[in-house]
Design a protein around this ligand. Sequence first.
Ligand SMILES: NC(=O)c1ccc[n+]([C@@H]2O[C@H](COP(=O)([O-])OP(=O)(O)OC[C@H]3O[C@@H](n4cnc5c(N)ncnc54)[C@H](O)[C@@H]3O)[C@@H](O)[C@H]2O)c1
Length: 360
Amino acid sequence: MKTFKVAVIPGDGIGPEVIEEGVKVMKKIAQLDGRMQFEFTYFPWGCEYYVEHGKMMADDGIEQLKSFDAIYLGAVGYPGVPDHISLWGLLLRIRKEFDQYVNIRPITLLNGAPCPIIGGSKETIDMLFIRENSEGEYAGAGDWLFKGKPEEVVLQTGVFSRKGTERIIRYAYEIAAESGKTLTSISKANALNYSMVFWDEVFEEVGNEYPNVSTYSYLVDAAAMYMIKDPARFEVVVTSNLFGDILTDIGAALAGGMGLAAGANINPERVYPSMFEPIHGSAPDIAGKGIANPLAALWSASQMFDFFGYEDIGEQLLVAIEKVLEEKTVLTPDLGGNSSTTEIGDRVVELVSALIESAR
Ligand SMILES: NC(=O)c1ccc[n+]([C@@H]2O[C@H](COP(=O)([O-])OP(=O)(O)OC[C@H]3O[C@@H](n4cnc5c(N)ncnc54)[C@H](O)[C@@H]3O)[C@@H](O)[C@H]2O)c1
């Protein structure tokens, strides 16, 4: 039996509520499946920690996390702590220090999930976004000159290295080649005349190594429109950090809302731990009420099973999530129901247990 060490950072607001369900489901699956077990270690980092200690995580936090196989994160951010501090002090720090340069965001409309567009179905909304996660517009490079003076100037520099651009584009080509799907690159070379011209060139160059992958290239503004008007044209998609951040929120809306959107931050070389998280925030408006939708957190747990090499379990967990949506008997208020976070977790445990038993 394999033991996986998982660092759990529940974080703020609804983070701990949804992560508790994820841990519950993972423990139950491990117990039933018998091939793996998990050792969960909790870290109290986040905004409350910041208020007490003046920092989002321990000084040696990165060192403490290094030896884990994966990190399971809830959400960070809370009123009273500026968002740029909570984001840069924890989430972005982990992504950068652990070179988690691939952000994988599945955007699939599961059966039963609500969709805001007419004709939306699992067949038409089924995309896999591969977002660059380490540099680009979120490199943190820039300057703030003449602060407070009339001639004040701020510079936010987009950083696109050859190494960083090539590796994310190659990763996406590999996924498209393996899955036999088309690959779409989203950029903006007409306006961003250095970074995105370079991006497009690299996309074409790397593409020469994958003659069997059909490719498309869109400007980000057109892509935003097509995601709504004709989502079926997108299968595997690769894009920069900022564009990916924005477009995947459109994707989240298409595929049932924030309560269903999961993400994985991957260090493909596995030198450092990868991090799995629901992509929603701490939702201060519903925190503490026990009504947060845990399905996004559970979907990210499914991604973790895939990452550990148990794709069969990842798939079964996703099927269980879909069944909950189809049954419509146990749903949280964001999906039109009146069940609690715990009730959803319990129902997923029942469904996934039945699936594992019947697959024996
Ligand atoms: N990855 C992260 O940790 C992350 C991501 C986004 C925002 N944040 C932080 O979270 C805080 C709140 O941000 P926000 O309000 O812009 O975004 P949010 O995702 O927290 O909430 C947006 C809306 O979606 C709803 N919602 C989100 N997740 C839900 C769930 N699981 N179930 C039911 N409803 C859900 C909320 O109730 C709210 O109405 C901010 O401090 C922000 O910086 C953190």
